[in-house]
Design a protein around this ligand. Structure first.
Ligand SMILES: CCCCCCCC/C=C\CCCCCCCC(=O)SCCNC(=O)CCNC(=O)[C@H](O)C(C)(C)COP(=O)(O)OP(=O)(O)OC[C@H]1O[C@@H](n2cnc3c(N)ncnc32)[C@H](O)[C@@H]1OP(=O)(O)O
Length: 202
């Protein structure tokens, strides 16, 4: 099995293949500059938030075009088998990295479908180097791919994923989230500022 093709040996489920009329992704003019850290979208996010003691604390950085790099170190709290990362945690890291791409499009989107290939086991204390890019956009559908390497940014592939994100309005969160967290988020000026930046999406 090839471990170098970020899309993997097969394109995956048909829903992950962009339609013929899909467009190339366009980096938003106000997207963070290449090399800039994105910061967290929500402090209590399991993937990127600072307020989650056992979260991934994943740090994503804007790349060129509509691409992202991110790192996270597997903690003891992330084990599945003894001394090895849980597959769901690795998928969470891919989900978070792929979700961060939407910052470069300035689009609010949620994961519709996510397929992960687990290529190599990832021990606790290992740093996972993730790279992700948007490959196509069709209406509200955002197609993307990611790869996670170990041993360095150019090391062997440990995981890879293909995903479909779906654009949503901020009401998706307000209507569906538990009220206690929604009220707290709406009372937090920093949170409101972050969301507003996405709402004026020309
Ligand atoms: C101010 C206070 C508020 C604070 C706000 C904070 C802002 C934070 C900012 C950013 C947060 C980002 C968070 C990132 C976290 C990491 C990413 C995650 O883990 S997200 C969590 C996991 N995902 C879900 O929970 C989705 C659950 N699913 C849904 O809610 C719906 O199913 C949804 C929105 C995905 C689609 O529902 P529809 O009713 O809007 O749209 P339909 O018509 O069903 O789909 C649109 C198109 O997409 C296709 N589609 C939808 N789901 C699909 C799927 N699973 N597979 C294939 N195609 C799918 C459909 O076939 C349709 O395609 P055709 O336009 O007809 O061509």
């Amino acid at each position: 099995m090839s471990t170098e093709n970020p899309r993997g040996p097969s394109p995956g489920h048909p829903a992950l293949i962009p339609p013929a009329d899909a467009l190339r992704p366009v980096r938003h003019p106000d997207a963070p500059a290449p090399g800039e850290l994105l910061g967290t979208h929500y402090d209590h996010c399991f993937g990127c938030g600072g307020a989650q003691p056992h979260g991934l604390h994943l740090q994503a950085r804007a790349g060129d075009g509509v691409s992202i790099t991110a790192e996270f170190t597997v903690q003891a709290a992330h084990q599945g088998a003894p001394g090895l990362a849980h597959g769901g945690v690795l998928t969470s890291a891919l989900d978070e990295t792929l979700g961060s791409l939407n910052w470069l499009l300035r689009t609010i989107a949620v994961t519709g479908r996510l397929e992960t290939d687990f290529v190599r086991p990832v021990p606790v204390d290992t740093q996972l180097f993730l790279q992700a890019e948007v490959t196509a956009v069709a209406g509200r559908k955002i197609y993307s791919t990611a790869v996670g390497r170990i041993g360095g940014p150019a090391g062997p592939v440990a995981v890879r994923a293909n995903a479909l994100f779906i654009e949503v309005k901020v009401d998706h969160f307000i209507d569906n989230g538990r009220q206690v967290e929604i009220q707290a988020a709406m009372a937090d000026p920093d949170q409101i500022r972050r969301v507003r930046a996405f709402e004026v999406n020309p």
